[in-house]
Design a protein around this ligand. Sequence first.
Ligand code: GLN
Length: 197
Amino acid sequence: MVKVGVIGLQGDVEEHVWAAKKALGNLGVSGEVVWLKKLGQLEGISAIIIPGGESTTISRLMVKNGLFEPVKKLGEEGLPIMGTCAGLIMLSGEVIGATPEQRFLGILDVKVNRNAYGRQVDSFEAPVKLAFSDEPFPGVFIRAPKIVELLSEGVKPIAWLGDRVVGVEKDNLIGLEFHPELTEDTRVHEYFLGKAL
Ligand code: GLN
């Protein structure tokens, strides 16, 4: 019985809850998926997802609700954590374009440029190649950060848009520029939840 928590303070939480439930079903695993808002809910947690949304707000609310340090520690200890878009920013070691009050968990060794795509092409959909599947994945990019540098040897690309890396993993951690929770396709969630089984 796995317990998946989606950081449920701001952003597209419900979409991740739905995708994680569907992925568990496809994997034939029984489990629950919860909106993670409070410290006490970390008890017995098997995996955490940090959604897309607005990273300054998610950062502020994670600190306010006492989730920031405990989630950081769990990630450092090996708990599977996946961040999409704003969630990727939250995980990153270095962020270009951060606001002064913004805090990051700093556990995934990548440098991201927070608002790299700019306004003109701020949202688009394009096929993404995945390391773990032959079929292209529908990549939804919304004011996405860009992964501009991998900061340690342990960071492996797992998703590409053309020849640019748009998704990485490092052991228990996954960070994606795009939003797999905004498609019907749960391959990425299934791959991530495999880390918790
Ligand atoms: N650029 C946004 C931020 O800094 C992230 C956008 C998203 O998650 N769709 O939080």
